[in-house]
Write a protein that binds this ligand. Sequence first.
Ligand code: PXP
Length: 251
Amino acid sequence: MSTSLHPHPLRLGVNIDHVATIRNARGGDHPDPVRAAEIVARCGGDGITAHLREDRRHIRDEDLARIQAATNLPLNLEMAATPEMLEIALRHAPHAACIVPEKREERTTEGGLDAAGLHNTLVPIVDELKGAGIRVSLFIEATERQLDAALKLGVPVVEFHTGEYAHAILDGDAERTSSELKRIADMAALAAKNGIEPHAGHGLTYENVQPIAAIPQLAELNIGHYLIGEAVFTGLEAAVLKMRDLMDDAR
Ligand code: PXP
């Protein structure tokens, strides 16, 4: 078991949104995502990730300050590229902000941000976040076009969307699984070569995390839905520790 509290070469950011989803289902205060953040901090998670959606379906505005006050872990705020979210990010000054695409009708973040097509919209947002000392990341598909756009925007971090890889495994499609994996590995290497720190996330589980965790340039994985689901059965601490061990064993 590798449960040290030292910084990990591959960090685990735990997305606690879905604790808030369960809370919001009854409109009260329980279960509190802040309590989840405290557990993640105690058991060796490296960061807390939270997506403040336009419709506030899980994390709410007041949760952000409470999460920041409750732990010393870096907060990675996932946000749409809108003036409202920019203002909130600047006010809360999280450690990092990951710009994600957001469609109101989607169940989850279904694809990467079109950083190439949205260049002009993203320039002022990226610049303001960077100016405030916030580490900006773009949640993109692992393609050269999007990585190129990230380079042009001067972001220090990209997070590659692993949803297609996760789907290929669920479909039992070995060929697509290996081509998706190669795409992510190639783009992680290209990002690192160009001075951008690559992260990855979306749809990662105990079953599919290791080939992704084995990509040597990746510095962080952000994992939410599966961990919170597992926590129902094993508790959040056990779920985080097991994911941590699988990630470490893959390196
Ligand atoms: N990273 C980003 C940028 C995301 O938008 C999400 C989902 O909100 C995740 C990681 C976590 O994905 P999942 O909940 O499928 O683990």
